[in-house]
Design a protein around this ligand. Structure first.
Ligand code: NAG
Ligand code: NAG
Ligand code: NAG
Length: 262
């Protein structure tokens, strides 16, 4: 009995060890900013339509850090227990993770750390503030279980387009935020992929957008939301299909950054 049983036991042990090793080697991404990062795709009249496109569907190789700091199978809405004051829908996170796994088979397990909160301005993300502390706390908890943080995905700015003072200060506030996050996570070259706003909502959107597009930092890439669709009639948030496109754009930008020539 024993000799027959042993090979199976060792097979099971090796499968479990393999899974544990994969989870311990998680490729972790922080997601922060405001509503478009949190995800409002499919949300209409305070109700999410429940539609999850195949590109954003759950995948055993994609985990999510829950609000109570536990890794679990990820699924849209990714921010459901984080951005709790709002109704969440589809964001770019799952589409990003799935396309990354499709394009780079060496990634293993992706760990997503949702931290975005709708309606927030850049001043609320200042070092020492609640949102910032929460971001760092969740990032620390995420690596506590093994793996390493490989990027910050950032989509914010709309709340800073309402008056000229905020729009003018946006560049320096944003740069300080990026510098501080890298310093406090002890990742001086942490890849950052940000999204440049494209809209007609705030009167100073064009100013903020220019700042985003012109910002130069090591290992920073900016993808442009211009051309992506917003949901009618509010025209405030990206549609579900546009969130899928954005996820793919974030993946491509991330993969460009990780090319050896960078
Ligand atoms: C949302 O509410 C508006 C106004 O009450 C209504 O016209 C529209 O049909 C609703 N849309 C959906 C998708 O429920
Ligand atoms: C940012 O938002 C907070 C909360 O809504 C508000 O109290 C604060 O005045 C805003 N700050 C700036 C600089 O716009
Ligand atoms: C979401 O992104 C779209 C495209 O850039 C933009 O038009 C819209 O103003 C954004 N909404 C918010 C709340 O940031």
């Amino acid at each position: 009995m024993l000799p027959l049983f042993l090979p199976y036991a060792s097979l099971i042990i090796s499968a479990v060890t393999h899974l544990t090793a994969a989870a311990a080697g998680k490729t972790i991404f922080l997601l922060a900013g405001q509503s478009n990062m949190s995800g409002r795709g499919g949300v209409m009249n305070l109700t999410w339509d429940g539609y999850i496109p195949p590109e954003s569907s759950s995948n055993p190789a994609v985990l999510r850090l829950s609000a109570n700091l536990k890794w679990e199978l990820a699924g849209e809405p990714l921010h459901r227990d984080i951005d709790v004051a709002k109704v969440c829908g589809v964001g770019p996170g799952m589409a990003f993770a799935n396309s990354l796994l499709r394009k780079d088979s060496s990634i293993g397990v992706v760990g997503l750390v949702p931290c975005a909160i709708g309606g927030t301005n850049i001043s609320q993300w200042v070092r020492g503030g609640e949102l910032y502390k929460q971001l760092v706390r969740r990032a620390d908890a995420a690596v506590g279980g093994g793996g390493s943080i490989r990027g910050l995905l950032w989509y914010q700015g709309e709340s800073d387009t309402l008056n000229v003072e905020d729009a003018e200060a946006y560049g320096s506030r944003l740069r300080r935020f990026f510098v501080n996050v890298r310093a406090d996570l002890h990742l001086p070259l942490l890849p950052i992929i940000q999204v440049a706003l494209a809209s007609e909502s705030g009167p100073y959107t064009e100013m903020v957008r220019k700042v985003q597009l012109r910002m130069k930092m090591m290992n920073l890439r900016t993808v442009d939301a211009m051309g992506l669709r917003v949901q009618e009639p509010e025209r405030l948030h990206l549609t579900t299909p546009s969130q899928v496109s954005l996820g793919r754009m974030l993946t491509n930008a991330f993969l460009q950054l990780s090319l050896p020539s960078n």
